[in-house]
Ligand binder design. Structure first.
Ligand SMILES: Nc1nc2c(ncn2[C@@H]2O[C@H](COP(=O)(O)OP(=O)(O)O)[C@@H](O)[C@H]2O)c(=O)[nH]1
Ligand SMILES: [Mg+2]
Length: 237
């Protein structure tokens, strides 16, 4: 029997309560929106398989299901996520300010090398906008991540955002399930996976480029080089 998918990627949505995480997941997985019941139900995860670069990518998208109210999202939620989507509400300045705290939470709890994406949701509510697009673009640039404004309600940029994240994860993994980013052997620094360090390397034997030499911080040049390498197909090991 033909395999139903080529890769399984686990994604996680985080952000303040009420920004629209559950609605975004339901829009993505079921292409629907219902403002009356959505905020009362908690879901664990939803699945959707998408086609990217000729590969079938099964996305398992985890919701934080109410826990964000207590800011007690456990390490177990973060661990194993290959992509984390940070969501704020463009009509709620506080939710945008809190993105810094959510970033910190990722740094403390998520796996090294996790791919991140910033979303400003509810962009259908232009009249009530409190966060300028430029502010968020700047924040995303500072963290070296991508940014979209979305609307779960009007279905703006939702598919695009999820697909973009899945593509980035696919490219980072070199399109091979077995390859993963590992801690830098050169300096053993704790900031591996962050964009300021970029000290990422492939596991030994994963191809003809075994790793990066020891480096000083920050080393942004190494990062772009690592991305470039990740985009290249790996030689069979
Ligand atoms: N106008 C608008 N409202 C939204 C959008 N997404 C979510 N909402 C509303 O925002 C509230 C919170 O949404 P929910 O998905 O439960 O947020 P969560 O707590 O982050 O999971 C609900 O009343 C939704 O109907 C959107 O894109 N536009
Ligand atoms: Mg929710």
């Amino acid at each position: 029997m033909a395999k139903a998918y080529d890769h399984l990627f686990k994604l996680l949505l985080i952000g303040d309560s009420g920004v629209g995480k559950t609605c975004l997941i339901i829009r993505f997985a079921e292409d629907s929106f219902n403002s009356t019941y959505i905020s009362t139900i908690g879901i664990d995860f939803k699945i959707r398989t998408v086609d990217i670069e000729g590969k079938k990518i099964k996305l398992q998208v985890w919701d934080t299901a109410g826990q964000e109210r207590f800011k007690t999202i456990t390490t177990a939620y973060y661990r194993g996520a290959m992509g984390i989507i940070l969501v704020y509400d463009i009509t709620d300045e506080k939710s945008f300010e809190n993105i810094q705290n959510w970033m910190k939470s990722i740094k403390e709890n998520a796996s090294a090398g996790v791919e991140r994406l910033l979303l400003g949701n509810k962009c259908d509510m232009e009249a009530k906008r409190k966060v300028r697009k430029e502010q968020a673009t700047k924040l995303a640039q500072e963290h070296g991540i991508r940014f979209f404004e979305t609307s779960a309600k009007s279905s703006v940029n939702v598919d695009e955002a999820f697909s973009c994240l899945a593509r980035d994860i696919l490219l980072k993994s070199g399109g091979r399930r077995s390859v993963s980013w590992v801690r830098c052997a050169g300096c053993g620094c704790s900031c591996v996976g962050s964009d300021s360090c970029g000290a990422l390397r492939f596991p030994a034997g994963a191809g003809d480029f075994g790793g990066f030499p020891p480096h000083s911080h920050p080393a942004p040049a190494l990062l772009s080089r690592s991305r470039e390498m990740a985009a290249r197909p790996l030689a069979p090991s």
